[in-house]
Design a protein around this ligand. Sequence first.
Ligand code: LLP
Length: 440
Amino acid sequence: MSEPAAGLSEWPRSTRAVGADLAVGGVPLGELAERFGTPLYVLDEAHVRQTCRVYRQALPEAEIAYAAKAFLCRDLVRWLREEGFGLDVCSLGELELAAAAGMPAERIVLHGNAKSAEELRSALRLGVGRIVLDNAAEVPRLAALVAPRQRQRVMVRVVPGIEAGAHHAIRTGGEDQKFGMSVARGDAEDAVLRVLGQPHLELTGLHCHLGSQITSVRPYLAAVATLVAFLAGLRDRHGVVLPELDLGGGHGIAYRPGEHALDVAAFADDVRRQLARRCALYDLPVPRLIIEPGRAITGPAGVAVYRVLVVKRTAHRVFVAVDGGMADNPRPVLYGARTAVRLVGRAGAGRSRRVTVVGRYCESGDVLAPDVEVPEDVHPGDLLAVPAAGAYQQSMASTYNLVGRPPVVAVLDGCARVLLRRESTADLLARDVYEPGEDG
Ligand code: LLP
């Protein structure tokens, strides 16, 4: 994989300085902003595919299901399918899109702490590879929906009691949160027994997801230890040997210079070694590993581009207001996430100055990037770009203030094409179906 240009380590791999601009996938960001408008999300297809290959090479024996919630569109499903990935989905929308885009159903894993009957029925109809059961009541609920001659493969999501992740809202491995069933309390074992009692459900293994934006391998190794001990207990107490272990996703990425991503090669080596060692300890066959990275696949390949609309000096700071904000990227507001910002499209003059980049939404908390350095001559009309913007931004976007969501454009070898078009005001108005009557 070629390295990004100096000083651009958290940008997509193809990012190059071209005159006073940055080009991604061979297309200058200024040109993309002119052509597609702003705010704009840009995704480097080659970077996504290269990352998939890094994962595949590091873990050839594993099944890798990309977590669709990070970002999903039909062309991305094609890239993932071609790169040998599966897909982790958690809603009817993600499931239907995956199927419509040609992801083989057996490579799809359905999750969710509160799946609707419609979601379960669609998963069964499509024949998804696995449904991850999140609570005991779901066992008979799902079993009752399986057709007489069908057998659905399922996993049981367990809580290993391991806290990991960048913010409490995205930690899911500890006891006091809504996902999964506790190993320590015996809930997970109870659910396993319930599944084993259902002839139409085939239990393939255990699932856990510790949290998100995890940059150390250590919590995963702790999870392997806990889960393998639990697998051994199930074998000893109930004579069942489960062939699969899903460690979920959570692999962290760098958002700003100097930040560290989870090292995929180290993750693969250390997890493989830990799995082998722990299984040997209990004389268990090594289960097939499944992982579900989302952010790590699309996050670093994305860039957001905004146009500056206002520069305002107050008694305390300089606010640079752009044409996007908390509705297209809620991460700073939700998790206090910090992001890098860079002037693109022209060379900045003079020294840099510390500013607060804010959005255009009607809340004072709509801050995209507090305390970032931009050239002191930053002015309306300028373009500001944000790296590592390919995950959990566009996918979490809302239409707050009735502003349409930005488009996503793929770039590759000097060409750009729209993956998701901009949401127009007409799109927004079309949902409002009220029609005044004669007297209205
Ligand atoms: N598997 C399961 C069961 C999950 O719940 C998640 C993420 C993943 C895999 C993928 O995790 P990743 O590799 O992308 O970290 N909106 C938050 C992140 C929420 C993650 C929710 N679950 C953020 O922007 O940081």
